[in-house]
Ligand binder design. Structure first.
Ligand code: TXA
Ligand code: MG
Length: 340
């Protein structure tokens, strides 16, 4: 086995990363959301390497990353007018838009679909790498399939060492949850498929018709046709049995006292939440933004600590909080105790 190289963000490192990508290799790259596992979106052989490095099912499409809005006309058949408005308002940034794909995008990249998800990251290094390559970069989150998305180069190394030649270390990701994914319905509608830092409230500034897809908050039945393949796969699952306790702080404390045993670990916003509860705990942030940044690291920490039974405080369900709730819900296998 070989060791994966960790590169910096200086010009030489960026050029080296671009060289590897041009040669059809897969490179771990930082973005403002989470780290991505990048390859040339036009190169089928390179894109296949992403699927095998992650152990990703072939029918789960990849997001294509651009460094310039101009690039989308080559990648799509038709750009909905609303998409242009969203690009103007939210790009570069954590918003992925699903559009009909052109035949420039190989079906391997689109997971066999006739659509493609496109986003322009705001992370400077990500854009510098795309620019230096001269082609768009297909990149899923750089975790092993089923693990929490990586928010540091170390997380990527932990999952990908020996599987990819290099990772560009751009520090800790500022947003911490993956991009908001949307599709367009009719002239005037937006469907939210995956919540992220760009919230439903933000999207309503573009059109009042923002529909939150059922799959965001509910477990979809076996035979339901999903609009985004990622919804049907198990995600972010730590080894522990996680339960979300949806209630006030008092409700949480009472519930934990009544239901804990020696295997229980508390996942809370801040240390004082655990006052008078004599159990180990992990904090994952006081504000919605901080929770977004810290959630995936906290989920990885659960495994490192060998946690078996976890009671998690419930995030807000609006703004960025909806993104945190959506990810935690999947980590908990949709187990929620509703106390309010
Ligand atoms: O922030 C992000 O989006 C990160 C960084 C690296 O950009 N990428 C990321 O990719 O989270 P990934 O592959 O882990 O998640 C992409 C999600 C999946 O749930 C996938 O099913 C969905 O987007 N998706 C991609 N293309 C799609 C399409 N054409 N139609 C429907 N869903 C799509
Ligand atoms: Mg992912």
């Amino acid at each position: 086995m070989f060791d994966t190289k960790i590169l910096g963000t200086d010009e030489d490192s960026i050029n080296y990363a671009a060289e590897l990508l041009k040669r059809g290799e897969v490179v771990g790259i930082p973005t403002e959301t989470v780290y991505g596992l990048g390859a040339n979106a036009f190169d089928e052989t390179a894109v296949r390497k992403i699927f095998s490095a992650k152990g990703r099912p072939a029918d789960n499409p990849l997001i294509v990353h651009v460094s310039d809005t101009e690039q989308i006309s080559e990648l799509t058949l038709k750009v909905p007018p609303l998409a242009l408005e969203c690009a103007k308002r939210f790009w570069p940034g954590p918003l992925t838009m699903i559009m009909p794909k052109s035949n420039r995008i190989p079906t391997v990249t689109s997971g066999g679909l006739d659509t493609v998800g496109i986003r322009m990251p705001s992370h400077k290094t990500a854009r510098a790498i795309i620019n230096s390559c001269g082609f768009p970069i297909a990149a899923p989150s750089a975790n092993l399939s089923g693990s929490p998305s990586p928010t540091t180069a170390q997380h990527v190394f932990d999952d990908m060492n020996g599987r990819i030649p290099a990772i560009v270390d751009g520090g800790m990701c500022g947003v911490g949850v993956e991009s908001t994914v949307i599709s367009f319905e009719g002239e005037n509608g937006i469907r939210l498929l995956r919540p992220g830092f760009i919230s439903a409230e933000d999207l309503k500034e573009i059109t009042p018709n923002v529909l939150i897809d059922k799959g965001v908050l509910e477990k979809l039945g076996e035979n339901v046709k999903v609009r985004s393949p990622g919804m049907k796969y198990k995600h972010y699952a730590p080894k522990a049995d996680v339960t979300i306790i949806d209630g006030t702080l008092d409700d949480y404390r009472r519930y934990v006292k009544d239901h804990s045993d020696s295997d229980t670990l508390c996942m809370v916003f801040e240390e004082s939440d655990c006052k008078e509860i004599d159990l180990p705990f992990i904090c994952y942030g006081k504000t919605d933004e901080k929770q977004a940044r810290e959630l995936f690291d906290a989920l990885r920490e659960l495994d490192k600590r060998g946690a078996k039974k976890v009671f998690a405080r419930c995030p807000n369900k609006n703004g960025v909080g909806l993104a945190v709730y959506n990810r935690l819900l999947r980590a908990a296998g949709f187990q929620v105790v509703k106390l309010r």
